[in-house]
Design a protein around this ligand. Structure first.
Ligand SMILES: [Zn+2]
Length: 263
């Protein structure tokens, strides 16, 4: 997960062709280092989900294909990639013809935004509400819909080693089972049982809101499970952690869902 606690809001002015010289648009972008996670708070329709968060910097209207699902989980606002982005892996600019295609080529091949491919972005609600107080176009954190089990699942697979090819919830367990070689504290079949339980919890009610928080494992004495996969290069992943006698989802090396969703 990308921690966007230190992201900043910046005003900037795109040179939109659709506006004449007497007119101008001032946009507010959300930047994290060299990455723009949204290039216009003003032109984003925050009432939708998923929402387009990167807008064409030449006309404002071309569909850039860069969308995020925005949800709230405990004390965090979560941006997950809609499953359609995950399936594609990457937006295919060359499929768009004419002026739109040219705009987008200029944007992505030039100095335009560089968007992380398939990632989850995490923003503390406290930080979000500070942004909201200076830019009223943003919804208040309390009004952002709660993260669903399915969105949590997308966040989870976005943290899997890319070489596993895990791109959607469907078939995830088959993909994991066929590649899992070993697990640090249990036999491989037992690790598959844990993973199946977690994924079954998602598929049993994918639109249900998740009750819980994203927390640091060290604060809760959670034990991270190391799973090794039959893939070249990067072969280790922490897909879950043990919390007492229960297991829970783990995201990257430093975030778990608390409490465990399993009975
Ligand atoms: Zn355009």
């Amino acid at each position: 997960m990308i921690d966007a606690t230190n992201a900043v809001l910046e005003k900037w002015q795109p040179k939109l062709e659709s506006l004449d010289s007497t007119d101008s648009a001032i946009w507010t972008r959300i930047s994290l280092g060299s990455v723009e996670i949204c290039n216009s708070i003003e032109w984003t329709d925050w009432s939708l989900n998923p929402i387009q968060v990167i807008h064409c910097i030449e006309c404002g209207h071309c569909p850039t294909g860069i969308q995020a699902d925005i949800s709230r989980l405990g004390e965090h606002v979560l941006w997950t990639m809609p499953e359609v982005n995950c399936n594609d892996g990457k937006f295919k600019i060359d499929e768009i013809d004419g002026q739109e295609g040219q705009h987008l080529l200029n944007m992505f091949e030039g100095t335009g935004p560089k968007y992380p491919e398939i990632v989850t972005i995490l923003i503390p609600t406290q930080v979000w509400n500070i942004w909201q107080s200076t830019c009223k176009k943003l919804p208040q954190a309390a009004n952002i819909p709660q993260t669903t089990r399915k969105q949590l699942g997308i966040a989870w697979i976005s943290e899997a080693p890319k070489k596993m090819g895990l791109r959607s919830m469907e078939g995830a367990i088959d993909c994991i089972e066929s590649q899992l070689l070993a697990s640090s504290t249990m036999d491989t079949p037992d690790a598959v049982i844990v993973l199946t339980s977690l994924l079954d919890w998602i598929s049993s009610d994918p639109q249900a809101p998740v009750i819980g928080q994203l927390r640091k494992p060290v604060e809760l004495n959670a034990e991270l499970e190391e799973c090794y996969f039959d893939i070249p290069g990067n072969d280790m992943w922490h897909p879950f952690a043990r919390l007492g006698d229960k297991y829970t989802f783990m995201f990257g090396d430093d975030t778990i869902l608390y409490p465990s969703p399993l009975k």
